[in-house]
Design a protein around this ligand. Structure first.
Ligand SMILES: C[S@@+](CC[C@H](N)C(=O)[O-])C[C@H]1O[C@@H](n2cnc3c(N)ncnc32)[C@H](O)[C@@H]1O
Length: 208
């Protein structure tokens, strides 16, 4: 990682809107649509400013959400949104994904969004294994990540180029090239479905 999340925290939501929320068929909306409005526990691993969970907590009042992140700066932006919308069904914890202190088998859904591509393999594997422990046996994992654009359209390729510029020159291409079936399998998950967007993908996974 070439920058600290504490320093980009205030700009994160603006960048997030430009890259992931424009247009009707956007991946943030797709993640939102995958989670039912039921009395379930959701874990957002490396939640950042809460891009996946604030709307969920607002519009799907039955869900209980826990977000963890190791950047207090990112969490502070999320906390402001929680206060603004007076949300009582979401809590944010300062925790490292490699050392999560959460009750085993207590979550129905977990989300890992836009972070695995930045992690060294040992960190990513610990993160996935801790998430596996925290999920119930029939729990579902949703992973949101980058892919190389398949179309030759200018905008997605331009956006992907900008992403590539700021990402780690070794970890990012190495992550893109990984056999994802194998990557998740060695950490105890199987891919049930994949939904492709212009330069991102959402995997729906379950425990093996
Ligand atoms: C690109 S942001 C993505 C945030 C959010 N998941 C999203 O989709 O907007 C990556 C986040 O992962 C957090 N992070 C990175 N390594 C972490 C670790 N080992 N444990 C907890 N959080 C971590 C960073 O602080 C940052 O907030």
């Amino acid at each position: 990682m070439r920058y600290s999340y504490d320093t980009v925290a205030l700009a994160f939501d603006f960048i997030d809107t430009i890259f992931f929320k424009l247009g009707k068929n956007n991946p943030r909306k797709a993640i939102y649509n995958l989670i039912p409005n039921e009395n379930i526990n959701i874990l957002d691993v490396c939640t950042g400013t809460g891009s996946n969970i604030i709307k969920l907590a607002r519009k799907k009042a039955l869900v209980n959400i826990t977000g963890i992140d190791n950047s207090q700066g990112m969490l502070n932006v999320g906390l402001k949104k929680i206060l603004k919308h007076k949300l009582s069904n979401v809590k944010l914890l300062l925790q490292d994904a490699t050392n999560m202190m959460l009750e085993a088998k207590s979550f129905d859904y977990a989300i890992i969004s836009l972070i695995l591509h930045e992690m060294e393999d040992d960190v990513a594997y610990k993160t996935l294994q801790n998430t596996h422990k925290a999920l119930k046996d029939d729990g579902k994992l949703i992973v949101f990540e980058f892919i190389v654009p398949e179309s030759r359209k200018f905008l997605p390729n331009f956006a992907f180029k900008l992403v590539k510029k700021v990402e780690n020159k070794e970890l990012f291409p190495a992550f893109l090239a990984k056999d994802k079936e194998e990557y998740f399998k060695i950490n105890g998950f199987k891919i049930d479905k994949a939904h492709k967007f212009q330069y991102t993908i959402i995997y729906e996974l379950s425990k093996i």
